[in-house]
Design a protein around this ligand. Sequence first.
Ligand code: SPV
Ligand code: MG
Length: 551
Amino acid sequence: MINLESVSLKPSKSAQLRRMLDSPHLEFIMEAHNGISARIVEEAGFHGIWASGLSLSAQFGVRDNNEASWTQVVEMLEFMSDVTRIPILLDGDTGYGNFNNLRRLVKKIEQRGIAGVCIEDKLFPKTNSFIAGERQNLADIEEFCGKIKAGKDSQSDRDFCVVARVEALIAGWDLREALLRAEAYRAAGADAILIHSKLSRPDQILAFAAEWAGRAPLVIVPTKYYSTPADVYRQAGISAVIWANHMLRAAVAAMQSAACAIHEIETPVYVEDRIAPVEEIFRLQGAEELSAAERRYAVSGRSRTRGVILAATRGDALYGLTATRPKVMLPIGGKPILRRLVEELKKQAVNEITVVAGYRAEAIETAGISLVLNPDYQDSGELASLSRAESCFGDDTVILYGDLLFRNYILRDLLDSDAGIVVVVDSADTHASAGSASDYAYCTEPDSRSLLSEDAYLERITADPPPGARLPSGRWIGMWRAQGEGCRALKKGLADLRARADFSRLNTPDLLNHLVSSGHEVRVLYIHGHWLDVNTLDDLDRAGSFAEGRH
Ligand code: SPV
Ligand code: MG
């Protein structure tokens, strides 16, 4: 069998850890407690992972008192190691027993690709160092040195590291005792010393480092003295800083906030856009690698949806705000509307996106999109813009106005539809009035807002319901999709209308109405709110709070 580490250019994980400890530069090691957090730590740029005893216990929902068995810990380490290429230093507590237990632990974690273990000079079962209570007893120095020797003698990879953690300062002993122990552990073969302190200032650590004078690499855990600038550690000659529990604490705070909000409002709608999209989870799980493997090894007939965003207009009612950029480039909550749209599309795996620009096209952010121009934007309507993107339709296209903000489930549901042509209609807005500029939709069925409702089809879209006409079924939001047969109908419809003398004045509803009157079924996807478009300064205000998830 080929050893992947021997063919990759990266040194082995244990060699990486050894380099980090031995290097003259200050290194940072971040806590992780399962596979996904380990991946996130690596992606963030850290060069090492601390498999924290506290965090591993906590993610199991148990206390940091050796309540999780060492084999349960090792099982989790295997997941963490499998998905990362940077070294993992295991917080091995006291070694889960005596020297013999440590020997077995070292053997087993080496087999899982773990780069090193840190053992602390406390007694099994240990208690987290920060738990207030009676003073914790320290291990006998000789006995702990025997444990270190046993660990070093049982490693089969020469770079595997054993870090000895000195708890003397935490347990209330003085600097002398800490130095005495550290020197004994170094002499017993420890590759580095972790000196721990629970003070909110780094004084003990700095005093220790000054006396220690670089006899072996020093590792610290500034959980309590976290406000100290990293340069202080550099000047003190510290080798590595461990951020021991920050991933767990970040996750807990985010989970508490989401759980409370969803419980309280009985819908995730307002939380949805603040939490990681499911696609991000897929990405972290390596879904792309599986898709590539499927392309190589399996047969897949899935079609690919493309996106077309109409972004040619200035947005006149926004006055000076659009003097130098088109409406789509206005920032909402610090992010241009267009970037938000592109992100929403990409979240739903719509990756081929064409934006039709006109006014101030040079100001459009082009990352992740293809730009096509409608140079006649001032004298033409939406269909002229849409025509410019026709070569990008493929066999399945979702078309959106460039000034839309919406909750992502709307796009997801549109993409889930199997109809040839689908339009999104908001049944919460039926107040068509004469002179309104909105696109009101008349449909075969009203929105029953029930799961068992009949399919509804578009009859027509109009901005100007005739006097005395029945109320519209809702408002078309400027989003629709055509696929397969529907996409061919869309292209044919565009060609029909292009032949008309008034083509340059036509807008998307004209095309949809033409499709309906030519006998094509246009399915309606009803929604009830959860979107807005940005036409006026008031809209811009509302868009800010919408983006923050406030309505
Ligand atoms: C851990 O992360 O489990 C540690 C570090 O041992 S501390 O909690 O600071 O003791
Ligand atoms: Mg611990």
